[in-house]
Design a protein around this ligand. Sequence first.
Ligand SMILES: C[S@@+](CC[C@H](N)C(=O)[O-])C[C@H]1O[C@@H](n2cnc3c(N)ncnc32)[C@H](O)[C@@H]1O
Length: 232
Amino acid sequence: MNEEPEGSESAEANVSRETLASVFGATDPQSADERIAQAEGYVGLLSTIGIERGIIGPREVPRLWGRHVLGSAVVEELIPGESDVIDVGTGGGLPGIPLAIARPDIWVTLVEPMQRRVDFLDEVIAALGIRNVEVLRARAEEVDPKGKADIVVSRAVAPLGKLAGWCLPLARVGGLMLAIKGQSASEEIARDAKTVRRLGGGPANISLCGESKLSDPVFPVPATVVAIERVR
Ligand SMILES: C[S@@+](CC[C@H](N)C(=O)[O-])C[C@H]1O[C@@H](n2cnc3c(N)ncnc32)[C@H](O)[C@@H]1O
């Protein structure tokens, strides 16, 4: 995760109920309260045992809600109903855990090779009672079966070309890889277009997610997502 100078804000600062409901209650308003509580619990665990165990840096605490949790959850805008989703290199569960909380209709497989992070993820899922997510300790290259997922998401894992080599083989033909990228998105697309094509990817499109929910100051910027369809 990117780091900024330490601030005095707590993880709880500045998140309005409206924002939480618009992100976590959009698909199923009836269970919004339960899912907002899960998101709050996740932020609580990241900012306590997550820091103690080195899953995230202490300087990230003021940005847990905006950049990390909401900035991950809004990517649900690009995920069709009832998708089978793989999160490659999930680390402490980003973006997969916020996506699973926001979208009870999808199934999320969190792929992470490091045992310490896998243990944290297992604890988080059990403590929060998230029912539509599983954890797989593996490198992306080792995941089996390949070619099955509707969506393969990732955030802060590798440059686009290398990422395409890990993510596209996991998607079914017609499925999408969604890579959360920052300002480097266009540059990475231009640089790695040939590699992506060689790996069976179609044209790359950039989407900004969360724009309609930006009335809350907790969102610094919309999430910039590179979407590539597996065409063969
Ligand atoms: C910088 S962290 C990002 C974690 C998380 N996605 C986030 O946004 O906070 C990169 C993660 O990718 C994982 N990783 C590295 N190589 C991998 C591979 N070949 N397959 C799957 N995950 C990998 C690392 O263990 C690490 O947890």
